[in-house]
Structure formats: C-alpha cells, structure tokens
Design a protein around this ligand. Structure first.
Ligand code: NDP
Ligand code: GDR
Length: 327
C-alpha cells in the first residue's frame, strides 16, 4: 500500500527537501500551506505536479482536523513554525501561537482523527541555549535564550506528553542548524552566500552582520531530513539529537564563503550592534551518538562542502538573474 504523508511547512527549506526525498521513496505527498494573497511556492515549484497542497493554518484547529480527516496520512511531519529567532523577540506571542501551541493543535487533530498516525516534531538545538554541558545530547537540560527557544521547549514536551498520555507514535527530533541552497536569506549562512555571489558579480559591496563570534554545529539539510524520516520508521517512538558534532564560528563560515569565490571577507564585512540579539546563544555542539547507534544515521556532507555548495548555487542563480535583467 502506498504510504501517505502530510508535511506542514512544506514551502520552507526542510518541508521542500523532505517532500522531494519522500517522493523518491514512493510516498503520496500532501503539503499543508496557509492562505496568502501571494503564493510562496518557490521551493516546491519543481514538485507541484507531484504533491497535493491543502490549505490550513497552525492557528486554526478546525482546518487542521479537516485536512487530516481528508488525507488520512500514515505519517505527519510538523515543520511549520515561526522559525527566525530574532523575530521571536519582536513577535513573541505570535511565535508562541505558531511554534508552541501549533504543535498541540497538530497533536490534538491526530488524537481525534486517528491516534495511529505517526508524528514528527521539528525540535531545535535552540532549546539548549545557554548550554549546561558540551556536547549536548538527549539528556542535556534546556535553557532557551529566546522566545523561539522557549516555544520549542513547549513543543518538545507536549510531543513527549502526547506519546506518554495517549500512546501516540510521536517523535521529537532535536536538530542542530542545517542549511542548503534552499535556506531562507535571513539566516546567516544564506545571507553570507547570497552576499558573496552579489559582491562577486558586482551587484553589492558590503555585508553587514551581527555577532560573528557565535559558534554553531552546522550540517546539510538533505542529511537531516533523512534522520527525521528514520525516526518514524523505528519500532518505537523516541527523541533524538541530530548534529555533526563539529562547531565553527560565523567568522569561519564567512572566511570560507568569501574565500571560495576568491574574495577577502575583510574588504566587505561590517558589524552592526543592532544585529546582535538581546540574549545570544554563544555556542552549540551536538552529540548525535544515539541517532548513529539506533537509526544508523551519519552526516554525509561536511561544513566546507556545504558552504561551497551554497556559494556555487547562489553564484549560478545571481548570474542567471543578472543575464535576464540585462536582456
Ligand atoms: P522555514 O522558516 O524555512 O519554514 C517554515 C515553514 O512554516 C514555512 O513553510 C511557513 O510557511 C510555515 N508556517 C509558518 N507559520 C505557519 C502557520 N501559521 N501555518 C502554517 N504554516 C506556517 O523553516 P525550516 O524549513 O528551516 O525549518 C523547519 C522546522 O524545523 C521549523 O519548525 C524550524 O523551527 C525547525 N528547525 C529548523 C532548523 C534549521 O536549522 N533549519 C533546526 C532545528 C529546528 P510560509 O511559506 O507560508 O511562510
Ligand atoms: P539560528 O540561525 O538563530 O541559530 O537559528 P541564524 O542563522 O539566524 O543565526 C546563527 C548565528 O549567527 C549569528 N549571526 C547572524 N544571524 C543572522 N540571522 N543574521 C546576521 O546578520 C548574523 N550575524 C551573526 C546569530 O547571532 C547566531 O548566533 C536557526 C533557525 O533555523 C532556527 O529555526 C533553528 O531552530 C536553529 O537554527 C537551530
């Protein structure tokens, strides 16, 4: 029997990546999209004739119940969220509604329609925040540093709670930062690789960043969504850290990206205090040994390969856009 999947946040980086991955595995793929006056389907453009989109919103319980009733998926991946950390300070309540309570709405819909549906929650390394130990694993206690991180802690524990209360096959994947050419341009990796391409091609001269001393454990989104899928294929539900175990600074990322395009970052990068966060997560580094042991998962793409892949993709895209606007 063909397996059916519902992906929330299908228009985002991870949703688009997972949709492609599950189509290749033979799944019938359904995506949840919220109403918007102008469609934001850029990342799934090439998949449009192979996935079915359904309108619903994390804020609207009835719309979620209705689409789950219509689709009757075997697996649900909850990627939808307000996922940009700085916005969580300017819109803390909305972030809580989407990123925290939205998870309960998804779980309630599953509980009411069909508790045998398997559920994946996109939890985050931001939950570790002001880290209590290094590297961080599934037992490390949380100390979130942003309204986003706080909301994700709620989403994590409500997922665990529905597993324990209702025996739902609910997993929480605690994923560390993962990037790809599909990453939103407001996140630091893509902000840098997009700027490198524009600077290289003469469309921009400066790049303004915040805290370049921050350390993160960056991996490739294509590797990470596979870990999410593996979690739902196990005999029993559980929570897993997904990370590379290697950390780099934003400065390393900048140096590598500019260097790959033959540029010296010191000629172009400026720092602006207004881009520093009210409470920063200075360092994150994950211990994914449980995912390695139980899921047989390991990252394939290194940090250097990832950044080079992103710079090359942005160079190609900006070159194409420049040619179109010149013609
Ligand atoms: P993106 O920001 O790229 O995508 C977020 C998605 O959520 C978009 O499709 C967006 O839709 C959708 N969305 C937002 N609000 C609502 C709403 N009210 N109703 C329905 N859909 C909504 O995130 P990523 O793909 O990078 O991340 C996926 C998930 O994983 C997120 O939950 C994120 O917090 C989490 N995560 C991500 C990590 C990473 O490094 N990428 C690491 C750890 C966790 P629209 O297009 O309409 O805006
Ligand atoms: P993060 O990713 O907050 O870790 O959340 P982001 O790329 O935004 O920031 C990483 C680090 O870079 C520093 N930084 C800057 N960040 C941005 N966005 N823009 C800048 O100009 C800049 N300069 C320095 C930040 O201060 C930070 O320390 C991402 C999101 O995908 C979350 O949804 C997810 O949960 C976590 O990763 C794991």
């Amino acid at each position: 029997m063909t397996r059916k999947v519902l992906i929330t946040g299908v228009t985002g980086q991870d949703g688009a990546c997972l949709a492609q991955f599950l189509l290749e595995k033979g799944y019938e793929v359904h995506g949840m999209v919220r109403h918007s006056s102008s469609a934001n389907l850029e990342r799934i453009e090439g998949l449009r004739d192979r996935i079915e989109l359904h309108q619903a919103d994390l804020l609207d319980q009835l719309s979620i119940i209705t689409i789950i009733q219509q689709i009757r998926p075997h697996e649900v991946y909850n990627f939808a969220a307000q996922s940009f950390v700085p916005t969580s300070w300017s819109q803390p309540l909305l972030t809580g509604e989407f990123t925290a309570l939205g998870v309960t709405r998804m779980l309630e819909a599953i509980r009411l329609v069909d508790p045998s549906i398997r559920f994946y929650q996109a939890s985050s390394s931001e939950m570790f925040g002001n880290v209590r130990e290094e590297p961080q694993n599934e037992q490390t206690s949380f100390w979130p540093r942003s309204p986003y991180g706080v909301a994700k802690v709620y989403g994590h524990w409500i997922t665990v709670n529905y597993r324990e209360s209702y025996n739902i096959f609910a997993c929480s994947g605690i994923l560390f930062n993962h990037e790809s050419p599909l990453r939103g341009k407001e996140f630091v990796s893509r902000k840098v690789t997009d700027a490198v391409a524009r600077i290289k091609l003469g469309l921009q001269d400066k790049l303004v960043l915040g805290n370049i001393d921050a350390l993160r454990d960056w991996g490739y989104a294509g590797d990470y969504i596979e870990a999410a899928w593996l979690m739902l294929q196990q005999d029993r539900p559980d929570d897993y850290v997904v990370a590379t175990g290697i950390k780099h600074s934003v400065r390393d990322l900048v140096e590598l990206a500019f260097g790959h395009a033959g540029l010296d970052w010191r000629d172009h990068v400026e720092s602006d205090q207004s881009l520093f966060r009210p409470a920063e997560v200075n360092t994150l580094c994950g211990d994914a040994s449980k995912a390695r042991r139980v899921l047989g998962w390991a990252p394939r793409v290194s940090f250097a390969e990832l950044i080079r892949m992103m710079v090359d993709a942005d160079l190609e895209r900006v070159r194409r856009e420049k040619a179109v606007s010149a013609s």
